[in-house]
Design a protein around this ligand. Structure first.
Ligand SMILES: NC(=O)c1ccc[n+]([C@@H]2O[C@H](COP(=O)([O-])OP(=O)(O)OC[C@H]3O[C@@H](n4cnc5c(N)ncnc54)[C@H](OP(=O)(O)O)[C@@H]3O)[C@@H](O)[C@H]2O)c1
Length: 300
């Protein structure tokens, strides 16, 4: 079977399509779709080698959906499922992936394989922000900076469900999507600086990696909370000395999040589909930015 692997850290040139033996494991899924996450390239570029290790070959792809080929007592051949591999092990960008029961859940009939593949990382991150980091009360003003990507549309919907008044900051290509997902106001970051529009917020969620705590503090209300999605040892120290106003997202995948996503009714926005064999072109394009929502690989 075909899968995408790499033997050293680097840019998209290190990625290769290889012939691999069928994976062995508890459950084998025939992959139908895989979504692209910034985590994919952070891993093969070596930005996370402290956690991923330096043992090669390594495999690409975390989020997937597909059809069970070899089941166990819970999942049977033919079941439609979606889920995620271990973040540091990867291996979803392949014709087949081996997983454990806790890595997957049943795909709702109402969503496509492509939509299902877009949910696990982005959806688990969005749910974790609201379940663990922030308590949103109706009427709170929430700023979502970097709202136009994979996680943003889900965060907009969850913030609106909780009764927040949402300001989304997005690039020009994602303005319409951010409005359609329910934002009360949308700021185009290429034209306006949200730090100088004269608004303050109860929560600032930075999904862009571009708004530091120091800048966010200038637009936070007195007890407002800042959420950063790019954890590092330095940021962890900063958050410890923030009096609880600076929260870091450190994604802890859990089957319960997959089940919550399956039942959530959240809308996933996909704007780009790529053939599995165009993996290098796909990553080159997505890494440049300006693709609203999620991009997914389709595997036939
Ligand atoms: N901590 C964790 O455990 C964890 C887990 C999952 C994800 N993450 C991280 O969370 C972040 C968001 O994930 P994602 O999948 O939503 O990423 P994404 O799809 O790349 O979205 C990021 C968005 O930020 C926008 N952006 C870029 N520069 C901006 C600026 N100056 N101001 C406002 N917006 C700007 C981009 O718009 P344009 O494309 O138009 O520039 C893009 O839509 C990523 O860094 C990801 O690695 C962390």
């Amino acid at each position: 079977m075909k899968k995408i692997t790499y033997n050293r850290f680097g840019g998209t040139e290190v990625l290769q399509m290889t012939d691999a033996p069928m994976p062995a494991g508890d459950i084998i899924v025939k992959v139908k779709a895989v979504s692209i996450n910034p985590l994919d390239w952070k891993l093969w570029q070596g930005d996370m080698k402290l956690m991923s290790g330096r043992k090669f070959p390594k495999s690409v792809g975390i989020d997937f959906s597909g059809i069970v080929e070899q089941g166990n007592v819970k999942y049977h051949k033919g079941d439609e499922v979606f889920g995620m591999t271990s973040i540091f092990k990867g291996g979803a960008l392949a014709e087949y992936v081996a997983v454990k029961a806790e890595d997957i859940t049943y795909k709702p009939e109402a969503i496509t394989f492509e939509e299902a593949a877009g949910f696990p990382v982005a959806g688990s991150a969005a749910l974790q922000i609201f379940n663990k980091l922030l308590k949103i009360e109706p009427g709170m003003e929430v700023l979502i900076n970097g709202a136009g990507g994979g996680i943003g549309p889900l965060v907009i919907q969850l913030a609106k469900k909780a009764g927040a008044i949402v300001t989304a900051v997005a690039g020009p290509a994602a303005i319409d999507m951010a409005a359609r997902m329910g934002s009360d106001a949308v700021v185009n970051y290429k034209q306006e600086n949200v730090l100088t529009i004269g608004k303050t917020f109860d929560a600032v969620i930075d999904l862009s990696g571009k708004m530091a705590y120091k800048a966010a503090k200038t637009i936070l209300k007195k007890h407002g909370i800042y959420v950063n999605t790019l954890p590092s040892p330095l940021e962890m120290i900063r958050s410890l000395f923030s009096g609880g106003r600076y929260k870091l997202l450190v994604l802890k995948p859990a089957a319960s999040y997959l089940e919550m996503l399956a039942a959530s009714g959240l809308q996933l926005f996909i704007s780009k589909r790529y053939d599995f064999r165009d993996y290098r072109k796909a990553y080159d394009e997505v890494m440049k930015g300006s693709i609203p929502g999620k991009a997914v690989f389709v595997i036939n």
